[in-house]
Design a protein around this ligand. Structure first.
Ligand code: AP5
Length: 213
């Protein structure tokens, strides 16, 4: 199964993607995670992407599309994937169509997660991430299970640099201007489910699963 999840920063795309991957035995393809890996390892891509990410802007389409051409072919996605964070512009969506056609794949469902902006700021300030396996937590709504330790056993759980309030506000503006037009884009193609993301995370998950089956 191949899924795409779209929503503003902090809507719960990563959280729901992790749960959907476990349920459907597919792999998460999260462009933000891949970019952060490249920034941390100071690769050429990471050096080019770093300043855009730190200021809450989108990394240029050309860099992202080239990155995805290499990524989507990896064997780990052969059984299916959930795209989290890509596409984010109409140009990226057009490029995805070409890539999918080239590799004989289709999208089975496009999930749109809707959460009001005022909730986003609260979610972002409490978000924590495991440095080892990238699992996402929230200090109140979804705390790490074992006294600050991730379920993978690692205790190095950190807060992202771009989760500062002013950067989150910028990311929300960027979403409204550049990514939200994708909702109409995919509506016109069908296979879309609009899900209220402003709900308990297990309830959100159930609604997504029901919309898929
Ligand atoms: P990216 O990493 O993709 O960030 P994002 O889209 O802004 O999304 P987030 O990861 O911030 O949020 P999320 O929706 O996954 O929410 P989460 O599940 O963590 O991108 C970062 C940057 O990389 C971009 O700004 C850009 O610069 C660059 N980039 C990436 N892809 C790109 C592309 N294609 N083109 C160009 N540039 C690109 O949840 C948030 C918090 O809320 C967590 O703490 C979670 O525990 C909690 N939570 C989740 N669900 C619930 C719930 N139902 N109730 C209560 N709390 C909840």
């Amino acid at each position: 199964m191949n899924l795409l999840i779209i929503g503003p920063p902090g809507a719960g795309k990563g959280t729901q993607s992790e749960m959907l991957c476990e349920k459907y035995n597919i792999s998460q393809l999260a462009t933000g995670d891949i970019l952060r890996f490249n920034v941390k390892n100071e690769t050429e891509l990471g050096l080019q992407a770093k300043s855009y990410m730190a200021s809450g802007k989108l990394v240029p389409d050309e860099l992202i599309i080239n990155m995805m051409k290499d990524e989507i072919l990896k064997p780990v996605y052969a059984n299916g994937f959930i795209l989290d964070g890509f596409p984010r512009t109409i140009a990226q969506a057009d490029a995805l169509n070409i890539l999918l056609e080239e590799f004989g794949k289709t999208l089975d469902k496009v999930i749109i997660l809707k959460v009001p902006n005022e909730k986003i700021i609260e979610r972002m300030s409490g978000r924590r991430i495991c440095r080892s396996c990238n699992r996402t937590y929230h200090i109140i709504y979804n705390p790490p299970p074992m006294d600050g330790e991730c379920s993978c056993g690692n205790s190095d759980i950190y807060q992202r640099d771009d989760d500062k309030e002013e950067t989150v506000i910028k990311r929300l503006e960027v979403y409204d201007a550049q990514t939200s037009p994708l909702v109409e884009y995919y509506k016109s193609k069908g296979k879309i489910s609009e899900i209220n993301g402003d709900n308990d995370l297990n309830a959100v998950f159930l609604n997504i699963v029901n919309s898929i089956s």
